[in-house]
Ligand binder design. Structure first.
Ligand code: UD1
Ligand code: CA
Length: 450
């Protein structure tokens, strides 16, 4: 059975007090809306439609940068959740299969829960995701008769008796796409809010002899984000869950609560992550690598057996080969570091290709930027770059070549050559002693004069 995802993301989220549309606020360095889509990935959707309204252009462009096949549907006026889903009708006109309605501001729905809904769909025409609420508040209530969902009533429209129900509507539901759009076409807005309510499809389905049921999930999965405080809380829940997932996948976290991940962080088994490490977006760490304390990584790849830190900064495009070593106060950007190559201390390596088995001395800098253009540096395998070398790009240092400490390298260095590019040393016999005597005498005279 093919599945499609319909993600509602048209709301403004005025309680965020922000210029940014709510669903673009981030958890784990990914926009809120990306989290529900990530979970929805478990259903192998063949089509994904995102319904945008407030901040439509910004939301659409981020959605497309995540996945260029996402279809954007516009809801210009927010007339209610049923109206929002209806905006996806055209995009799914020729789609055959089940549609799942997800919410852009509800990031924690799990893949397992969606799979449970998929199973329930084999027995019922419409499946709604519900949860037992500790404080049911203003949630819609699910009115059940055994396994059968009779109808959903919004808090505003509910009787006292209905308000005492604690099984609440998460908003997430699934049905055959054609059936869903047929039902939606009959939803009216004659209710307390004057809105087109998605939950009304249940009553309409049952009037047509279709069956509906509820799958329950943990309340934590339905947690919505409406304020900055809730966003910060959601971030903490995300980090906690991601740490647990990492530990279960065989990653050693020495002090889990001090390590921060992104939604897309991937770390292989038996990697070791020391305390106080931050993983920005798009980082992959292979098995057996080690990231030492106080390192910050984004957009980079660390291969098996390599290590980085303490205090390493790996920026986008940094790739460490097997067994490479990157030490303290080293920044690497858009550069390949070869197998077994060492960049031990205090260096900046940007826009560079460093071969295997090379040694990059302390204080080495690739001078990659001339103020307008960026230029590349290449260093051949087994080369030795002396401490405090400035590699003024574009420049190539050959295989097994060497540079003298303190050199400013502006010309290519041939394979096997030693380049020395610094002022020659000139020793003046006994001049230091004479200079000291002169200075001390001067100081004594000044002290006498008061
Ligand atoms: C909805 C449900 C309620 C459920 C609750 C769970 C309805 C009528 N009620 O209420 O039963 O308990 O969710 O949180 O569905 N949206 C649009 N366009 C619109 C309206 C909403 O895209 O025209 C989006 C919002 O951005 C949001 C989601 O749909 O992501 C839910 O809308 P919201 O107004 O928050 O619904 P609730 O009142 O919370
Ligand atoms: Ca809501």
């Amino acid at each position: 059975m093919a599945t499609a995802l319909i993600l509602l993301a048209a709301g403004q989220g005025s309680r965020m007090n922000s210029e940014l549309p709510k669903v673009l606020h981030q958890i784990g360095n990914a926009p809120l809306f990306a989290h529900a889509l990530h979970a929805g990935g478990a259903l192998d959707p063949t089509r994904t439609v995102i319904v945008v309204g407030h901040g439509a252009d910004a939301v659409a462009s981020q959605a497309l940068s995540l996945d260029e096949d996402i279809i954007i549907a516009h809801q210009d006026e927010q007339l209610g959740t049923a109206h929002a889903v209806l905006q996806a009708k055209e995009a799914l006109a020729d789609f055959e299969g089940d549609a799942y309605v997800l919410y852009g501001d509800t990031p924690f729905i799990s893949a397992e829960t969606l799979e449970k809904m998929q199973t329930a769909r084999t027995q019922h025409d419409v499946v709604v995701l519900g949860f037992e609420a500790a404080h049911p508040g203003r949630y819609g209530r699910l009115v059940m008769d055994g396994d059968t969902l009779l109808h959903i009533v919004e808090f505003k429209d509910a009787t006292e008796e209905e308000r005492s129900i604690t099984l609440c509507n998460s908003g997430v539901l699934c049905a055959d796409a054609k059936v869903l759009f047929d039902l939606l076409s009959e939803v009216g807005n004659d209710n307390a809010a004057g809105e087109y309510y998605l939950p009304d499809v249940i009553k309409i389905a049952r009037s047509k002899g279709l069956s509906a049921t509820t799958v329950s999930c943990n309340e934590a999965e339905t947690l919505g984000v409406n304020t900055r405080t809730e966003l910060a809380f959601a971030e903490s829940l995300f980090q906690r869950a991601k740490r647990t997932e990492m530990l279960e996948n065989g990653v050693t976290l020495v002090a889990p609560e001090t390590v921060f991940f992104s939604l897309d962080t991937y770390i292989g088994r038996d990697a070791i992550i020391d305390p106080n490490v931050v993983f920005g977006p798009n980082v992959t760490i292979e098995s057996g690598a080690r990231i030492k304390s106080f390192s910050h990584l984004e957009g980079c790849h660390v291969s098996t057996g390599a290590d980085a830190g303490p205090f390493a900064r790996l920026r986008p495009g940094a790739e460490l080969g097997n067994d490479a070593h990157v030490g303290n106060f080293v920044e690497i950007k858009n550069a390949q570091i070869g197998e077994g190559t060492k960049v031990g201390h205090l260096a900046y390596i940007g826009d560079a290709d460093i071969g295997d088995g090379a040694n990059i001395g302390a204080g080495t800098i690739t001078c990659n930027y001339d103020g307008v253009f960026k230029h590349r540096t290449t260093v051949g395998r087994d080369a030795f770059i002396g401490s405090n070398t400035m590699l003024v790009a574009p420049v190539n240092v050959g295989i097994e070549a060497m540079t003298g400490s303190g050199s400013v390298i502006t010309k290519d260095v041939p394979n096997g050559a030693l380049a020395i590019a610094r002022a020659k040393q000139d020793n003046k016999p006994m001049l230091a002693v004479k200079l000291f005597q002169k200075l001390r005498a001067l100081k004594a005279k000044k002290t006498e004069e008061g």
